[in-house]
Write a protein that binds this ligand. Structure first.
Ligand SMILES: NC(=O)c1ccc[n+]([C@@H]2O[C@H](COP(=O)([O-])OP(=O)(O)OC[C@H]3O[C@@H](n4cnc5c(N)ncnc54)[C@H](OP(=O)(O)O)[C@@H]3O)[C@@H](O)[C@H]2O)c1
Length: 323
């Protein structure tokens, strides 16, 4: 089955996820969708110092939004801040230092942030593909800690702030790579079998899609979406997938092309005409499963993912809550 899924996915990717795929899709974009002024609205973008996150922050800064860059490296974050201010003329761009793989830090950051700031839109963009099984200082597998647990805790902690606002949104940058994985709630940290970083990443991205669907049901005041940016030329692709990068480098999207649907989901009135909880590619909701791939999970497993994350995060969130 995995050979079938990977082959169908790759052929689909060559057609849709490349620069050519973007250019074909863009012929049908409505230019007025992005002609919006978002002055007065506040946007948090994680992993905003490079790639899709930085391109998203710049595009929204140009539209007048207040931008919160959430990054783990001070130097890289401040360089991005300077570039975004210079490129947009918007001074309302601030830096927050946070390692998304540290659950206690994530919780404490979000608890403090919401006492000091308003938030209209959260863009969960930070992500990684670590190719060996490595643990964080809390003993959590690194891909899962960053892509799923950190995203879960940040979103959960910021939801009360988002729910206070008009037209609040959460956009999660997932990946089309998730199409090759069925949700697996039995081994969230990849303790069983041989570790495969690409498949761990794809499983994390599937989990983000499931979270988005579940959140949409539980929080009707907020519009949730997950998305695939296509294959874009970013540091993550160059570093984590060098063979793929070598083969595909002339066909990859630019960072701005990868960010296009993130920006559209974050700012456009056209995006929230679609139901909450969907998965998007090139400004359109698309299926979360490949044909005949048997990747559908049961409702019980979908709910179990949320329960497991809630149980796991208690350890860090209640402690810091009391403090
Ligand atoms: N590019 C593609 O083709 C593609 C395809 C599908 C999905 N995506 C998704 O797009 C998102 C953005 O990736 P990208 O391609 O734009 O790559 P990128 O430029 O390398 O961006 C990844 C960002 O995440 C940050 N990050 C990673 N681990 C972090 C942590 N523990 N705490 C805080 N920040 C952390 C990175 O910070 P540092 O600079 O400090 O490492 C960087 O800012 C990711 O979620 C990725 O999975 C990308």
């Amino acid at each position: 089955m995995s050979v079938y899924r990977n082959t169908v996915w790759f052929v689909k990717g060559l057609r849709e996820y490349t620069k050519g795929g973007y250019e074909a899709a863009a012929k049908h974009f409505a230019a007025e969708d992005l002609q919006v002024d978002v002055t007065g609205r506040s946007y948090m973008i994680t992993g905003a110092n490079s790639g899709i996150g930085k391109a998203t922050a710049l595009a929204i800064a140009k539209k007048g939004g207040t931008i919160h860059l959430v990054c783990r490296n001070k130097h890289r974050a401040e360089e991005a801040q300077k570039e975004i201010i210079a490129g947009s003329g918007n001074q309302s761009v601030s830096v927050h230092l946070l390692d998304m793989s540290n659950p206690k830090e994530v919780w404490e950051f979000a608890e403090k942030f919401k006492t000091e700031n308003r938030l209209h839109v959260l863009v969960n963009n930070a992500g990684c593909m670590v190719n060996n099984r490595e643990l964080t200082e809390d003993g959590i597998e690194k891909n899962f800690a960053t892509n799923v647990l950190g995203t879960y805790i940040l979103t959960k902690a910021l939801l009360p702030a988002l729910e206070k606002e008009e037209d609040a949104r959460v956009v999660t940058v997932s990946s089309g790579g998730m199409l090759v994985q069925k949700l697996n709630v039995g081994d969230l940290q990849f303790e069983k079998g041989t570790f495969d970083g690409t498949m761990a990443y794809a499983q994390n991205k599937r989990q983000q899609v499931t979270l988005t669907e579940q959140w949409a049901k539980s929080y009707p005041k907020v519009h949730f979406s997950a998305m695939h940016p296509g294959w874009a030329d970013t540091p993550a692709v160059r570093l984590s997938m060098p063979d793929f990068y070598e083969k595909m480098k002339n066909r990859l999207r630019t960072e701005e092309q990868g960010a296009d649907t993130v920006v559209w989901l974050a700012v456009s009135p056209a995006a929230t005409k679609h139901a909450s909880g969907l998965f998007f590619q090139d400004r359109k909701p698309v299926s979360t499963h490949l044909p005949l791939a048997s990747t559908q999970s049961s409702a019980a497993d979908d709910e179990k993912l949320l329960q497991l994350l809630q149980d796991m995060s208690q350890k860090w969130t209640t402690d810091s809550c009391k403090g």
